[in-house]
Design a binder for this molecule. Structure first.
Ligand code: SAM
Length: 345
């Protein structure tokens, strides 16, 4: 089953017939594989690990699949006839994707942009740098718009540092340097929920600790500031978050294992501590399934005397789920927006 943007692209396959195609920020489907019916070859870059896993089993000699914020070094100078950009859920990321796309096009190369009407694509003209021609709308179908533009002059060389902001953050654990790549959760300022969590971090954590949905690595940096002995694993589904977390650790001269995981799927073994401001969004829609699965999996992955602490928006139905899977709910702090839940075995 193709997503709406992918269905809109299939309708417009005339634009990439026999082309070498680069698909950027593609979605949770196998469009890039189906695209081989029209295109000569396809290279696909996912910024979401779930999307990468959905496609990567289809890889073959004409379909290369990658996960990350850019293609591997060996392909840094590779040019394509067409680059397709799926308009991102985090709108500020579009500027980055446009510059990345330009690194992989020759002058006159074709850019195809697709996105859902409700997802912000209507502002594409304002977002497009002047090294591209004005994007022209080619189709309006499946609740999506398809635009085509051309590279009219070489773009500035992409430097990821231009897309990362760094700020100093005062926390109860001390001053931290936080690096945020564009589009990452709570860009440029601390989330209020994470703030509440940092004010009440458990001081008896030890051993192997999981920062689930690490984002820019704020929680891990605070934990390591308080206790450099901890062995922390930071996971996130988002390539820009993982990059930010690595940069935050480096900026504070700290070390942790940072790797992609879709939920608990790529994580092995049990943890002495699980600390999180867990995700509650799936694309553009909020879902309670994520909360339920997170709690259920946490209960399985916590050691017999482990500590589990999370902060969540108070309207989310955590209490019931925690009672079901942990047996007891402790709300250790709360305010008008958030609740902090603690479980200690
Ligand atoms: C609420 S943010 C918290 C970020 C960071 N820990 C902080 O406190 O600033 C949740 C994070 O979970 C990540 N995320 C979303 N869905 C995920 C999934 N299925 N598996 C792992 N991480 C996910 C998001 O990319 C985001 O960085």
């Amino acid at each position: 089953m193709l997503t709406n943007p992918s269905q809109a692209l299939i309708r417009n396959s005339k634009y990439f017939q026999q082309h070498s195609v680069l698909a950027l920020n593609y979605e949770a489907d196998t469009f890039a594989h189906q695209c081989l019916e029209f295109a000569d070859n396809v290279t696909a870059l996912a910024l979401d690990y779930n999307h990468h896993l959905t496609l990567s089993s289809c890889a073959n000699d004409k379909l290369q699949c990658y996960f990350g914020h850019q293609l591997p070094e060996s392909l840094a100078d590779t040019k394509f006839d067409s680059v397709i950009i799926y308009f991102p859920k985090a709108k500020p990321l579009m500027g980055y994707l446009l510059q990345l796309a330009a690194q992989h096009l020759n002058v006159d190369g074709q850019l195809i942009i697709v996105g859902e009407n409700k997802g912000g694509i209507k502002s594409i003209a304002k977002l497009t740098p002047d090294y591209y021609s004005q994007p022209i709308k080619q189709d309006n179908a499946r609740h999506c718009l398809v635009y085509v533009s051309y590279l009219i002059q070489a773009a500035p060389t992409l430097s990821i540092r231009d897309w990362v902001s760094q700020y100093s953050l005062e926390t109860p654990q001390g001053t931290l340097q936080i690096c945020n790549a564009v589009g990452v959760f709570s860009e440029k300022r601390l989330d209020q929920g994470t703030d509440l969590l940092l004010s009440h971090l458990p001081d008896n954590l030890r051993g192997r600790v999981l920062d689930f949905g690490c984002g820019a690595g704020v929680i891990t940096a605070a934990l390591l500031k308080a206790n450099p002995e901890l062995t922390i694993e930071c996971i996130d589904i988002n390539a820009m978050a993982l990059l930010s977390c690595e940069l935050t650790l480096a900026a504070n001269s700290m070390q942790a294992k940072v790797y992609p995981s879709d939920g608990f799927n790529q994580i092995t073994g049990k943890f002495d501590g699980i600390i999180s401001n867990p995700p509650f969004h799936d694309g553009l829609t909020s879902t309670t399934d994520i909360a339920t699965q997170f709690v259920q999996q946490s209960a399985i992955r916590l050691t017999s005397n482990g500590i589990w602490q999370i902060v969540a928006n108070r309207h989310l139905p955590y209490s019931e789920t925690i009672a079901t899977h942990f047996g007891k709910v402790n709300v250790v702090a709360e305010n008008n927006k958030y609740k902090l839940y603690l479980h200690q075995r």
